[in-house]
Design a protein around this ligand. Sequence first.
Ligand SMILES: N[C@@H](CCC(=O)N[C@@H](CS)C(=O)NCC(=O)O)C(=O)O
Length: 202
Amino acid sequence: MRLICSLTSPYARKIRVVLAEKSLPFELVEDIPWNADSHVPDFNPLGKVPVLIADDGSVWFDSPVVAEYLDVVHPSPRLMPSDRQAALPVRQSEALADGIIDAAVLAFLERARPAESRSQANIDRQYGKIERGLEALGRRLEAAAGVDGDQLSIADIAAGCALGYLDLRFPDVDWRNRCPALTRYGEALLSRPSFRASSPPA
Ligand SMILES: N[C@@H](CCC(=O)N[C@@H](CS)C(=O)NCC(=O)O)C(=O)O
C-alpha cells in the first residue's frame, strides 16, 4: 500500500495512525498538494491528501472513506462497529473531530494571507467552531473513557489528530487547560506509539 500525504496534514495523520494501529506496512509518499508540481490531482481530482493506493491498485481518498476502507479490508483491531446503526455515534464523533480540524485549517490559511486581505472576522468565526467543538468533545468524554466508549475508535483517532494539529498551529487554544477529562484523554492518545510515530515535524 502507498499513502500519499504531507507530513503536517492532520487528515493524513488519521490514516497513518490507523495503519500503525492495525500494524499494516505501507510506503509513505510525501507530496505537498499546495505545490505547483504536486501529483496529488493525478490520484484525487480534488487535489487533497491523504490518498491511499491499495495493493490491488484501487485508489481511496477523503480520510473517513480511507479509514473505512482499511477497517473493512483489515478488520483487526476494529476501529468502528460493523453494525451500521452502532457505527452512527462513532461517525458523528469523527465528524465532530474532523470539523475541528476543518476550522483550524481554514483559520490557519486565513491567518497566512497578507494583512490587507486577511479577514479577522473569518478567523474569529473558525475559532468559535474550534471552541464549541472542544466543549462538545469534553462533554462526550464525561460519559466514557473514549468519545464513544473504552475501545479505541476512528473517532478517538480523529480527536487525537485534531488536538495534535491545534498543538502545531494554535498552541494559544491551550486545550489542555479546559476540562480534566479532555486533558487526560488527549495526553493518553498523543502518547500512543502510533501518534508518536506520526507527529508532525516542528
Ligand atoms: N475531507 C478531507 C480533507 C483533506 C484536506 O483538506 N487535506 C488538505 C491537507 S491538510 C489538503 O490536501 N489541502 C489541499 C487543498 O485544499 O487544495 C479528508 O478528510 O481527507
